[in-house]
Design a binder for this molecule. Sequence first.
Ligand code: NDP
Length: 287
Amino acid sequence: MKGKKINTKIINGNQTALKIEEALKKEVAALTRKPQMAVILVGDNPASLIYVTHKKKTAERIGIEAQIYHLSPVMTQDALIAFIEELNQNPAVHGIIVQLPLPKHINESCILNAINPQKDIDGLHPQNLGQLFIDQPTFIPCTPLACLTLLKSVCKNLTGKTAIVVGRSRLVGKPMAQLLLNEQCTVIQAHSKTKNLKKLCSIADIIVSATGHAGLIRKSYVKKGAVLIDVGIIRLADKKITGDMAFNEMIGHAKAITPVPGGVGPMTVMMLMKNVVSAYKNTEKNI
Ligand code: NDP
């Protein structure tokens, strides 16, 4: 069998996201009120502006009301916390997100920790991360949830699989590793100080990479028939978008791979929408 090419499946994130969108539209149409999310954007980071607009448009297609609060780049941390507190207290608001990154003078952790965990649709509050840690999650961070959903679309049984997560951020790597552990995988967590990444990757059935280093994961790192989830988004000098994995090399070698763009990205936004609807339902339950 050695040398025989595999018919590699390209995991289509756009298509899967569209299916979930259709299901969410129906779910939202049956609700008594419109779910409402507040999106806080501090400053004028051009990429953040694009992401926020995309989230609003997606929400509107589904029937979710998305209010964007575009705040001054010189806003103080205390003022931002006070603003979040107002939204926490507002019963009309079901979910709150703060678009990252924040300006340098604002401590990201302090801001994420200020969001009411019941409205934390990004799932990044310590309470929600802790709940994920004990496998009793309320909100799961959107990108890891997107990765898991795509992974399950090609890998029905994750039990006992060896998975490596490259990256250990609060946003992606750490919650991703925990999710896979909760799915009964044997998990290796790699990062920039990891020695012999190639060898560790080569024993994995599943590789999830979230580093932002273009082409870090080469074919020589990958066991034949492994499933590859590429989270990285890198804009090259010629303006093209690419991921962490050497995509072309993996065709004929991997069992399945997510493309960049068109893989994890569109699914991340859809997972956010799912979390807004969950937040709405949780609130209604508690009234
Ligand atoms: P961070 O910069 O916060 O984290 C990157 C992680 O990668 C760190 O843990 C770092 O290790 C690790 N790392 C960096 N270089 C290497 C290396 N050479 N070998 C092994 N590990 C390495 O980024 P994020 O987690 O926020 O995002 C990661 C990527 O995913 C980015 O490209 C981002 O744009 C993309 N992204 C995509 C999303 C999507 O929807 N598709 C959503 C969110 C992010 P250390 O901790 O030691 O520094």
